[in-house]
Every structure is written in C-alpha cells, then in structure tokens.
Design a protein around this ligand. Structure first.
Ligand SMILES: *[C@@H]1O[C@H](CO)[C@@H](O)[C@H](O)[C@H]1NC(C)=O
Length: 629
C-alpha cells in the first residue's frame, strides 16, 4: 500500500477545517442564533444606504416619485392600486397624476417649492393628487381628516400652504372655517364637478379635460436628499399639531421597509391605515412602488371584511397597528381563519398577548414590528419576528445608529441626572428613556415653522457638553439577546385608537370651558385596549358647578373622537412635581376605579350625550368591554 503524505496532509487539513466549521456552526447556533439573519438584514440595510449615498455624491436623487414613473414605464399594465372593486394600473395612476399636474400648472398659481395642503380620505385620488403636486415640485401637507376647525386652521400656518385640495366627502368639514381660509387668501379646490360655494373651486371637470402628457421633468428634479417633500402632522407634546418636515431621505427610507423585510414584486399589500399618516403613505404606498407590487387600499379598516378581502385579493402583506390585530382577534372564530395567503404583517404597537393570539388563530404570519416616529431620526426593525419586541439591535447596528437608553424618574417625570447634570445610561435589561443622537447620518429635520418646537424635542448636553439627542419620549428596554422592547411612553402624549393625543392640546381645549379652573390631562390603561384612554382631573372654578352636559358638548365639538377625555376626575387641589409641572404619575397609577378613588368620577356617555357619574357597575361594564369607548 502506497503511503501518500500529501493525501493524508490534505485529508487532515480537510477534517480540521470541517471540525472547525462544525464547531463554529454549533457555537454560532448556541451563542448567536440570529447571526445569519442579522447579517443578511444588515447587508440589505447597507446596500440601501449605499444607494442613498450615491444620490448624495452625484446630486441626482431618484425619488420615490421617480421610481414610480420608472415602474409605470416598465410595468404599465400591472395593477398598482385596488380600491372598492376597481383596479388602477401603474399607467392609470401615472396618467391621472399627470392630468392633475397639468391642471395646477395652468391654473394653480403654484411654483416649485410651494406647499399645498391635502385634506382627503383614503382613495386613489389621494395618491394621484399627491404625485401630481410632487411632479410640479411642490411639497404636500397631509391633513388629518379627524381634526377640527381650530387645529385645521393652525395647520395652514405651520406649513405656509396657500392652496388646499379637499376630497368630495370632506367638503362639508370646511363650512366652519372657509371664511377664515378666505381671509388668509387660501385657494380651495375640491374633487367635485360642481360646487355650491363660490370660494370652493371644482376640480373634476378640469382634470377630465387635462392632458395626460407629463409636465416638464425639471420641475420635480431633486438634487439634495434633504429637500422637504411632505409635511405630516403629528400630535404635539405642546399643544396643537406639529408639521413634521419629511424630506426625500425619509420617503426613500420608508419605501425600503417591505423590501428589507423580504417583500417582492409578487406581493399584494393591504393598506387599511389612513394615508395621512407616515405608515400608510411612506411605508405602504412607497414600499409598493419600490417593489413594483400591488396594493389594496381601504377607505377605512373593517375587521369583518379584513380576511375576506385578503382571500379575494390574494393579499400577502398587510399593514397594522396593534389595535387592528386586537379587533381581528375579537371577531367571531371561523373555519376559514387560516385560509389565506398572508405571510407577513408590518406595523407597530403589537403587544405580546395579542401577538400570540393572532398567530394561534390566523397561522404563522411573520409580524415585523417597525419602531420609529414620523419625525424621529431613529428606526428599529424587528426583522426576526421575535414576539414582543419592537426592534433588534446588534453590534453593527449600534455603530450605524447612535442611540442610548437613560434612566428616567417616573415620579418627577424627567431623566435622572448626576451631580454634573448629565444623564445616566441604564444597564442592559433595564428600562430607560430612548434618546437618539442627532448628527450627519441621523439628522433631525424638526417641525415646519417652529424652531421652538424643534428645540423642545431635542435634549442637549446629555452625556457631554454640546451633544444633542432626539428625545423619543418612549421608555424601552434592551434584553440580553439584543431585542428592544417598548415599555411605556412618558411626557405629554399618549396613544389612543392609533392616534397620538397631546395632553396639552386637550388641556387647552378644556380650559376654554367657563367652569373649569384648571385641568390636568393624562392617559389611563383600560384592560383589553391598546394605548391609553384620555382622563382629565379638573378643578371647578369657585362659585361654579360641574356641568356635565356642557362639558360633553364642548369636547364633542372641539376635539376629535380619539382625544376626548373618557373620564373626568373632580379634584380640590392639583398636585405639582418638585419642578412645578402638573403631577401626572400618581393620577395615572390610580386609574379610574370608583372603588378606590374617593373623588367624584365621570364617564363620557355617547348614548346619554353627557358625562355620567362613574358607578361601580359602569366601571365593571367598561372592563368587560360592554361600553362604547
Ligand atoms: C388569487 O390566486 C388564485 C390562485 O392562485 C387565482 O386563481 C386568482 O385568480 C387570484 N386572484 C386574484 C384577484 O388575483
């Protein structure tokens, strides 16, 4: 037998390598179970980021709209939007948005850089008007269709819009404020053929008569990624809604979401959320365009239609907020619950209990949580689908994104500072306030028309003199496996029915009622509901009495449904913190249970059209989910 040293050497080498691989593999499985998935995800993020860097270097930005126009040339006949039984192809939307651009080019008195306000419900024309205006180089301000007259007027001032475009179904909302709009010489266009009001110009006939030829491409050309393109209103921590400045950078980042989670052009995306929020517009519509996919747009979310729609349209990805999944779980069980093609949900605010229920009931749908505020400069994505986590971090992620969790004093309602006035990082696993460093790679664009509001969202001198951080207002914890979990929200906003409620805006509105001397607004948890319900502790002005009917009429008229305080607590004194802020912590903790609170409590009752005394039986019926909230 021949002895072959080379052979034995190479075999030895091979087995050593194999053993090595095996060990590494086992170690990796044991210690870094998410290694490969993290790596692939990170590579995608880096690839997308590199594309944006190229835009910066070449001063030639391929915007989401440019991408749409490319897709309309590449796949003109592919359905882009499905809405109430009609199909709109890429070409349809391209041509109609050209028509709208032509109408405003001729008559709109608009120039590149102007902003235009859009007050529309979910419908294909929302997208056509948005794209049409962007084709003219205008920036578009999406108005929340729930907000009431006073806030609506304020929104115009923020973004400096001199033109308003309103959907046919919302023309009525303008009747209270059309005189004020007229005074500010704001031009109103409505998507109707005829208008009874002389100051509201009908649009539909002009659109029908307009050319489908594109307007000059130079109008929409963008050289700087940080050019504003949208204003999206977020509920302020300080009163009225704030217009977050959305640049092309953010729209491009949003549009990469589905793709990063593994979406392809085969996907059918279900969008039941309002388009005036960034989730539906930037991630939903933008993401559909990026992939060249199809989306099903809903005017409004309907729990009873949801799965039928998914089956009918072969939906594969849906967008959600936590409430939505809960409503779906609350629907009567059916034999077809697992019969559908949905493979992924993308959204925010899904709590652990509902997450488990949802997957048990409707099958192993991968739920991808995205954390990030409209205006924030940080985003987390739970690409693993780990139940209960809003995001995933790792070594590389921390190099790319500078964020920190700092200790927070819930009672004083402020971050804990050391003797030199600096914040303290929490230990791994502990809950802290999430701050995100503001810098060249993570800019914060702030709010339109208010340096002051922008400054209020920033914290300076956090760890060293001169640094600046975006204060997310969210308490988070990062566990040993690097998953990031949402814990609570601090400060002056809370979420209810998928909308942010600014306590100060509600406080100001309550302050207009003659018998209220002082109001302290906060949110309380109601078991079986996402977010927090509004509650107001109020002090009645001396010589006046609490008028439950008057208060009801006032909040109904001046506050959108989600912002109305469901509970009122009458107080003699108002507690203050040591820094003279209204004390909310103890009020939040004590909730709304009449058995444990000696002060008078009231409950907003839509059937009796007033605030009614909150008795123990009403309290029990609320917990049992038997009351309209
Ligand atoms: C959904 O998929 C089925 C089977 O793949 C197909 O027959 C049907 O036409 C599809 N429906 C739609 C609306 O695309």
């Amino acid at each position: 037998m021949l002895y072959n040293p080379i052979m034995s050497l190479s075999l030895g080498w091979l087995s050593a390598v194999l053993a090595g691989f095996f060990t590494v593999h086992v170690l990796q499985k044991l210690c870094f179970p998410y290694f490969w998935r993290d790596l692939f995800f990170l590579l995608k993020v880096i690839k997308y980021g590199a594309k944006l860097e190229v835009f910066k270097l070449t001063s030639r930005v391929v915007t989401v709209l440019d991408r749409f126009i490319q897709q309309a040339q590449r796949i003109p006949d592919k359905p882009f939007l499905l809405y109430e039984g009609s199909t709109y192809t890429y070409r349809d939307i391209e041509e109609r948005s050209n028509k709208i651009a032509n109408v405003f080019l001729e008559r709109g008195n608009l120039k590149k850089g102007d902003s235009v306000a859009l007050l529309m419900s979910n419908e294909p024309d929302f997208v056509c008007v948005w794209f049409g205006l962007t084709k003219l180089g205008c920036s578009v301000a999406f108005l929340n269709t729930n907000i009431k007259s006073r806030s609506l007027l304020h929104c115009f001032n923020c973004c400096g819009a001199k033109t308003l475009i309103v959907g046919a179904d919302l023309v009525e909302c303008l009747k209270d404020i059309s005189a004020s709009l007229q005074e500010d010489s704001i031009q109103i266009w409505a998507l109707v053929s005829q208008s009874d009001h002389t100051d509201i110009h009908p649009l539909l006939d002009h659109i029908a008569a307009a050319s489908i030829q594109p307007v000059p491409a130079a109008l929409r050309a963008v050289t700087v990624l940080k050019t504003p393109t949208l204003y999206i209103f977020t509920s302020g921590t300080t009163g009225l809604p704030k217009a977050a400045v959305i640049t092309h950078l953010q729209t491009l980042k949003g549009a990469g979401g589905f793709w990063a989670f593994g979406g392809t052009e085969e996907d059918v995306v279900y969008i039941p959320l309002p388009l005036y929020h960034s989730a539906a517009s930037l991630i939903g519509i933008g993401g559909t365009i990026e992939m060249g996919a199809t989306c099903v747009l809903k005017k409004k979310f309907s729990a009873s239609q949801f799965w039928n729609d998914c089956r009918k349209y072969n939906v594969t990805i849906f967008q959600y907020i936590g409430e939505l999944c809960r409503y779906l779980c609350n629907q009567p069980k059916g034999v077809q619950d697992k019969v559908h093609k949905v493979r992924m949900g993308v959204g925010n605010g899904l709590r652990q209990d509902i997450w488990c229920d949802f997957q048990n009931r409707f099958g192993e749908i991968r739920m991808c949580e995205i954390y990030g505020s409209t205006e924030g400069n940080l985003c987390f994505m739970n690409h693993i689908g780990k139940i209960g986590a809003v995001g995933r971090s790792n070594f590389f992620y921390k190099v790319l994104f500078k964020y920190d969790l700092v200790q927070y004093d819930m009672v004083k309602d402020e971050p804990v500072k050391d003797e030199r006035g600096f914040c303290q990082r929490v230990k791994k696993g502990e809950t802290g306030l999430l701050l995100s460093k503001v810098g060249a790679t993570s800019p914060f664009f702030g709010y339109a028309g208010s340096k002051q509001l922008t400054e209020k969202k920033l914290m300076r001198n956090v760890f060293v003199k001169g640094d600046a951080y975006f204060n997310t207002g969210d308490l988070m914890a990062e566990n040993q496996e690097d998953f990031i979990c949402f814990k609570d929200r601090v400060g002056d906003t809370f979420r209810w029915k998928g909308e942010n409620v600014a306590t100060t805006e509600v406080t100001e509105t309550l302050g207009l009622v003659d018998f209220i001397q002082e109001a302290n607004v906060y949110g309380v948890e109601i078991p079986g509901n996402e977010g927090r319900a509004g509650m107001a502790a109020i002090i009645v002005r001396p010589g006046h009495s609490f008028d439950s009917k008057k208060l009801f009429d006032h909040v109904l008229r001046d506050l959108p449904a989600y912002a109305r305080p469901l509970f009122i607590r009458l107080q003699e004194f108002m507690d203050m913190t040591s820094t003279f802020k209204q004390q909310k912590f103890h009020l939040v903790q004590s909730g709304f249970n009449p058995a444990t609170i000696s002060e008078p409590l009231y409950f907003l009752d839509y059937t009796q059209k007033c605030y009614i005394p909150l008795t123990d039986s009403i309290y029990q019926s609320i917990l049992a989910g038997e009351r309209k909230l």
